[in-house]
Design a protein around this ligand. Sequence first.
Ligand code: DGT
Ligand code: CA
Ligand code: CA
Ligand code: ZN
Length: 584
Amino acid sequence: MDKKRVAEILEEMGTILDLQGANPFRSRAFHNGAVIIGGLADDLTQLVRSKTLTEVDGIGKGLAQIIEDLVTTGRSEEYETLRHSIPPGLLDIMRIPGLGPKRVKLLYERLGIESIEDLKNAAEQHRLSDVEGFGEKTEKNILRGIERLKKASDRHLVNVALEAATEITAALTGLSDVGRCEVAGSLRRRKELIGDIDIVVSAQEKDRGKIMDSFVKLGERTVAQGDTKSSILLKKGINCDLRIVLEREFPFALNYFTGSKEHNVEMRSLARKKGWSLNEYGFSSIEEGSRKRPPVCRDEEDLYEFLGLQYIPPELRENLGEFEAAAHNLLPHLVEEKDIRGTFHCHTDFSDGANSAEEMTEAVRRKGWKYWGVADHSRAAIYAGGMSLEKARVQLKAIDKLNEQMGDVRIFKGIECDILPHGTLDYPDSLLAQYDYVIASIHGKFNMTETESTQRLIKALKNKHVSMLGHPTGRVLLSRDGYPVKMSEVIQAASDYGKAIEINAHPLRLDLDWRLVRLAKEKHVPIAINPDAHNIDGLDDVRYGVGVARKGWLEKDDVLNTWSVERLESYFKDTKRVSGKPAL
Ligand code: DGT
Ligand code: CA
Ligand code: CA
Ligand code: ZN
């Protein structure tokens, strides 16, 4: 069992203890343990083997035993007992925003609510208002939360889908009869949320049955098994479709099942204009009895070329102008993961991050990056260990020192500074002036009108110390819409004041949305791809940000993370020159 899963289980155990109203110190130990294990720099299996788990700060004897059981046997008696001690539906209820363990426990004790279904009925019948702390407004919010959760359960985060898809394709590629194997669908197009996973494989007709037999074994449940198409349900509740086609059909099937539907419709209409009908198996002539031979396409490049088009990367296949650009050789040369040289929005143990700046620097070096930016929370973000003025000054000095020691990786001194309700910043100018760059983010007071939050963000952008906007719309995928805001005006302001905007690459955010990334590019607003990393593994989330950037038509030069240290230094200085007036 890997450390991510171990951390999930510890977190769940902590939550169950909270639900039971156990001693808060006891449940805290589990929650803390989850964070510690999740952010561990060392190899967990190694620690277990060498029996040195208890030497890790915050891991006591009891916790160490559970972790050891999980790592070595894949199960823990204590976890099983705990898990069966409460109705399983209570954990589901906690996925509804605003319902923490205390409130869920209260509802269970007072009204016997032990599932989302129970909760929905009670809210509809206004029975919740009988419980202290619950009113008509809470009932409405709860019903809205349930509605959203229902919708969300058939959409999945891109990291979850990608991880699952990678396991499946690895297993399929390992089969001797499988020729080519690719992920298609919305995942290949790097949409922010994924309905189901689509995989296309090429093989000979005689081998299909065997391959399908192996495929369905990878699922929790078989939804449908056929000769050319099967569908399974994976453990994360995500569906996966497999199509098997002949080798010569592969590019056509891959193209068709990559979509989008809108892109496919346009492809087919272009083919028709050239006298061909196009489907997932190939071209065929539309003239009856024609002996015109269809072209041979070995890959998707051939297919696009035959239609007189540049190759269109999957991320752009949304029928949003890509055909016109491809016909005129005007497609962007999209930024790639290998172009990335560093990143900017990273937390350390100075606020709510799990790793120290040294550990982060080492991780950055291992990734082959040249720089990273520390950006811990400012004081208003109390729940996230926001730094007092004093602590911030201590950190600035510490980073200076670290920079002297860590010659080859440059650490930019940044701060994720809260934008207060009226658009002012959480730190005084004298302190802000000491940073290389400032990320301005909203973390509190979301319930503003569209005009108010738009002004709030624009005012922050006007601040001469601000370099870029963090997670600009505040959305959390599958759980919370962002605050209402006119992003076109905010992007215009960033352009006017010469500031950057981040693509928050955390799979739960992916904010700025790719549709708006395109608008930012049109307005010449540079984009930073930021992982919002809270531990060293979080740095890897940059890849999802690259997906968003590509989907927003960004090229290498549009992305701050591809710039050199020198260029960044001078850019960050530039962002600070502006003071309340548009740059000319
Ligand atoms: P998802 O799964 O909802 O996130 O989105 P997709 O794009 O993966 O959609 P999915 O899984 O239903 O189908 C995969 C691709 O197959 C889709 O992008 C385009 C193609 N496709 C499926 N149904 C149709 C259809 O009725 N017409 C056309 N033109 N293409 C289709
Ligand atoms: Ca799909
Ligand atoms: Ca599908
Ligand atoms: Zn933040």
